[in-house]
Every structure is written in C-alpha cells, then in structure tokens.
Design a protein around this ligand. Structure first.
Ligand code: 8YV
Length: 317
C-alpha cells in the first residue's frame, strides 16, 4: 500500500459499496478478507489504528493481536459478542457500536417472522404459485391476537418488539436479568416459567458466553407443541441441535429464525419443515437502517481521528 498521512484502518469483511467508498476516500484501507492467510501465518500490521467490522464478523483476539497499535474497533451493528472485549479493555482499545438506529427494523423482522409462521405466509404463497388453489382451499392458520408473547431481553429492540406485539393485540410479558421499573408488562425472573406461560417466545437478548444456549431443551419443552420460537438475536443463545430435534419430532410447534449457530450454515433438516421460516440474518438489512448504521459507525471513526468524544462507545469497565 502507498504511504500517505491518512490513518490506516482494517476492514474485516466487505461492506456496502457506498460505505466502502466513503472509507477509502478518507482512510488507507486494508481488506481483512484478502489477508486471512497472512493473519493465520502470523503477520502483524503495526500501522493499523482502527478496525471496522460488523456484529457478525466482530474482532477476535487473534486479529487484535496482529494490530498492536489499534486504538478503536468500530462496529456496524449492536452485537458485540464477536469482539474480544477483554482484550480491548486490557489494551485500552475503544469499541463503538450502532445502538438506537436499527431497533425498528429488527423488531419489524421479528413480527414479520411471527406473522409468517402463524399465518403461514410462505406456505400460502407457494400454494398459489404451485397451482394448488385450483384444487381446493388453503388450511386454516393461527391468529396473533390474544396470543401470549414472551420477550427474552427487554432492551431497545425488545421494547420495539413489545410495542408491535401489543399493536397486534398480543399479551406481552418479558424475561431478562432484572425487572424494568418503567414498563407494566408482567416480568418473569425465570425463563422456564415464562416459556411455559406463553404461546410465542421472541429472543431479543445479547449473544456471548453469558447467554450461550439459554434456550435449551427444557425451555423448548416448556414452550411445547403449540409454541413458536422467534430468534432475531444470535444463534448462540439457542441449543440449535436440540431445536432441530424438537421441530422434527413435533415437540415444538414452529419457529422463525433469522440467526443460526454457524452462519451461513443452516441445518438442512429444517428446509422441508412447513412450520419453520428461515431468513439469512437480515433483521437490520434495509437501505434506510444500514445507511444509518454506516453513518453512525463512520461518525464514530471520524470523531476518534479528530480527537472528539465518541458518539456511541461501549463501556468496557
Ligand atoms: C448486522 C447484527 O447483521 O447489529 C447486529 O449485531 O447482527 C446486524 O445488525 C450486522 O452487524 C451487519 O452489519
């Protein structure tokens, strides 16, 4: 790379073309996806001052160790489970995410999946396209109104889901590490208890070690053969092998899944199940939201390099 006075940044995965253009207009950019072999071979990039990444790609210890002068990890996304925060804390590396700008779209996706599963939207579409309507009517689906919707994780996204579920006349309750003083929804300290009491369980909690497989076989059994699981959080929060088993043998009623344990790998056993709707981690993927996320990440990056306070830093204490 040609030597300039511009800060050097390391971009982990290809980003939207408009964002890539904005980044390369202001920074000298290394492309992580072209440097994987060099990274594995132990190469070090001492000129790099910032990492630009996504929620899914994160910044693992091995990468951060290869960037000894890195000052900032700027993430296009709210999930920081793939960023090694311990390493960042120990080495004084700041981390920014993009909170607040994606809540609506992610919540919309949760409701889209819920509607798709309960009202069989995908199946009904296929029914028309395949000419089955000519042979007779489509089987009855299930309504949303009156159903009990348990939200796991009542953060900004969970709250946006709750408001939408209420608008569909669902009965909202929630589970999380603590009761929220500013909401009237019933609170369950015990996830198993809530799973047994609801028709739909919507996962909106952060990923990471603390929440790994919190939705296990017991929770899925409590949700039961009429119950539906919606996951727009992280694949890691569900024991996916058990989830697949339960969906296959009918011990769980259905699922709408945007996230998976080993993306982009999705268990093929799910492909033939009519009561399951699968999307490729697209909850925040609208032009408007991705543009706002890109803008916020870029503003954090520019603030850092011009000595201004970061807009949305994570507290790493
Ligand atoms: C994105 C996400 O898929 O915010 C997150 O943590 O998982 C998503 O919004 C991802 O960060 C791509 O930008």
């Amino acid at each position: 790379m040609q030597q300039t006075n511009r800060p050097v940044i390391f971009i982990t995965v290809p980003l939207a073309p408009a964002l890539m253009a904005q980044l390369s207009a202001q920074f000298d950019c290394l492309h992580g996806w072209e440097l994987q072999d060099a990274l594995l071979a132990g190469e070090v990039w001492p000129a790099v001052r910032a990492v630009v990444t996504t929620g899914a790609a994160g910044a693992a210890r091995q990468l951060l160790q290869a960037l000894p002068a890195v000052e900032l990890v700027a993430c296009v996304g709210v999930g920081f489970d793939a960023i090694d925060l311990d390493y960042a804390r120990e080495h004084g590396i700041a981390v920014t995410t993009t909170p607040g700008v994606l809540d609506h779209c992610v919540a919309d996706t949760a409701l889209a999946l819920l509607l798709a599963v309960l009202r069989r939207v995908v199946q009904a579409d296929r029914f028309v396209r395949e000419g089955c309507w000519l042979q007779g009517g489509f089987p009855l689906a299930s309504s949303l109104s009156g159903k009990r919707c348990g939200i796991v994780g009542l953060g900004n996204i969970g709250r946006a889901i709750a408001r939408r579920a209420e608008a569909f006349d669902m009965q909202v309750s929630y589970h999380g590490p603590g009761r929220k003083v500013d909401v009237a929804y019933p609170y369950y300290a015990d996830l198993l208890e809530m799973a047994a009491a609801v028709d739909v369980l919507v996962l909106a909690l952060p990923g990471g070690a603390a929440t790994h497989h919190v939705v296990d076989g017991r929770v899925l059994d409590a949700l039961g053969p009429e119950g539906v699981l919606i996951n727009i959080a992280r694949g890691s929060v569900v024991d996916q092998a058990v989830l697949v088993e339960r969906l296959l043998d009918g011990r769980l009623g259905g699922a709408g899944l945007d996230v998976f344990e080993q993306e982009p790998q999705v268990p093929e056993a799910l492909f033939d199940l009519p009561n399951v709707v699968l999307t490729p981690h697209v909850a925040s993927a609208t032009v408007e939201t991705r543009t706002a996320m890109a803008r916020l990440m870029l503003d954090n990056l520019l603030a850092h390099f011009s000595g201004r306070p970061l807009l949305t830093p994570l507290r790493l204490s």
